[in-house]
Design a protein around this ligand. Structure first.
Ligand code: LFR
Length: 451
């Protein structure tokens, strides 16, 4: 059976075709398009109309399928008025409107979320809500434009800071306490589906159904982690790196709050117990500032150089877009370190620092949850980066299984396949990925950095 997975990432969107049989899954790219944020009058926005157009183009190119599913980054949303019209362009979580927020407003014991300045609840404090009738998270928003159906998909709702991770519903007491209008939060749904609107079908040249998947991209990526047993950690590595373990219940202890670990919701009631590490974003911004040099060549060089400087990738100075090479220099100056010299050293510094941050996060996840970790699965675009994978094996002291690259799209398609009875539980979905995906294992060579 054929499914279409729409996966919107912070730097590009893609529409993938997944052909799934009970024994194998085959993924082909139908369309890829850039996701270029736009700064208007000082505010950084997502270009939501361009994203929607990219989705339509992709679905048209992909052709008819059993169904389509949509996932994207979390946290961000669009507001709609009573007539169902979008009020303004959704604001990018890297916009500076939340940059001065340094303390959480949602109680950890309720939402279980790590503190991030840009969490939905924090953005809403800086938002004008008059005239807003409905809040739709990005995949729900695109889903609404495709089908006319309104709902809040659970995995993404769990990232808002307005979701009660224990009661598994909106945290209504918190919503009331913050003076947010209850009406803007649509009912939370798990497996809703609906046909595309007639005008959309006419534009695509065929009709299809949109099936709700784990619409937070990280939740979809975790579905497609090709783990054989329970004792694994994952690193969903793209613009962000999401590092953690999968648990049956949230960990809401004070220790966990202080370690800034999050309890986001996964499929089938699982908990994605993880920490956000700034990820390849810092490297992506360097490449942009350097006018896009050949990455392969740069990584090969970075594999040979040595550098001592270590940055904390989660330092707030690395969050907004900008001149990352200069910010790395400034960070090193601030912390009394010799800054990397030249591009190859800068790249190595970033990758080493990321690997060290992954090592800390894996250790913390295992310690705070009591879940033993025997292997690290690194999925997403970063799994192509052999140097990062090698450094991660060193920093964690564990074997790193790298791949699949398109984990989010695979997880997206698998949940659709399950809705059609083609696969069963998480273990079965992972089994299918294990049999079909290209993975490579990196063994640690002692806790030394590779030469
Ligand atoms: C990854 C991701 C992370 C989320 C960040 C911002 O793409 O979805 O899980 O914390 O983007 O939404």
């Amino acid at each position: 059976m054929r499914f279409t997975a729409v996966d919107l990432g912070a730097s590009s969107g893609r529409v993938m075709i997944a052909d799934i049989t009970p024994g194998a899954i085959e993924l082909t790219e139908a369309h890829r398009f850039p996701n270029r944020p736009v700064r208007v009058a000082g505010t950084l926005h997502w270009d939501i109309l361009a994203l929607h157009q990219g989705v339509l183009d992709g679905l048209r190119k992909a052709g008819p399928a059993e169904s389509a599913g949509i996932d994207s980054w979390a946290v961000d949303y669009g507001l709609f008025d009573a007539a169902g019209r979008l009020i303004g362009n959704p604001v990018h979580y890297r916009d500076s409107r939340t940059a001065d927020i340094t303390e959480r407003i949602d109680p950890y014991e309720v939402t279980g979320l790590q503190f991030l300045p840009f969490t939905t609840v924090n953005q809403l404090l800086r938002e004008r809500l008059d005239g807003a009738e409905t809040l739709l998270m990005i995949p729900d928003l695109i889903g609404y434009w495709l089908t006319g159906r309104i709902g809040a998909e659970r995995t993404n709702a769990s990232t808002t800071g307005l979701y009660d991770v224990t009661r598994r519903d909106w945290a209504w007491d918190l919503v009331d306490r913050l003076g947010l209008p209850r009406r803007i939060l649509p009912p939370i749904t798990d497996a809703a589906s609906g046909p595309v609107r007639d005008d959309v079908a006419a534009e695509l040249g065929y009709s299809t159904v949109v099936t709700q998947v784990a619409s937070h991209d990280t939740a979809s990526a975790v579905v497609a982690v090709p783990a054989a047993g329970p004792h694994f950690a994952y690193i969903s590595c793209g613009t962000w790196s999401l590092v953690g373990v999968e648990l049956p219940e949230p960990v809401l202890t004070e220790e966990s709050r202080l370690a800034n670990f999050t309890n986001e919701t996964g499929v089938d009631g699982t908990v994605r117990y993880l920490r956000n590490v700034m990820g390849l974003w810092i490297l992506q911004e360097c490449l942009r500032v350097w006018d896009h040099p050949d990455l392969e060549a740069l990584l090969a060089e970075a594999g040979k150089v040595r550098v001592e400087a270590v940055i904390d990738p989660d330092d707030p100075s690395f969050l907004p877009p900008g001149d990352m090479p200069a910010r790395i220099g400034a960070y090193c100056a601030r912390t009394g370190q010799r800054p990397p010299e030249g591009r190859a050293q800068a790249v190595r510094c970033i990758l080493q620092s990321l690997a060290l941050a992954y090592g800390r996060a894996v250790d913390d996840a295992a310690r705070l949850s009591g879940r033993p970790v025997e292997v690290v699965h690194l999925v997403g675009g970063g799994s192509r980066n052999a140097l990062l994978c090698r450094l991660t094996a060193e920093a964690t002291g564990l074997p790193v299984v790298a791949g699949p690259v398109e984990a989010a799209a695979l997880g997206n398609a698998l949940v659709q396949a399950r809705a059609r009875g083609l696969v069963g539980d998480l273990a079965e979905m992972r089994d299918l990925v294990r049999r079909s995906a290209d993975v490579r294992t990196y063994e640690p060579r002692g806790r030394e950095w590779p030469q």
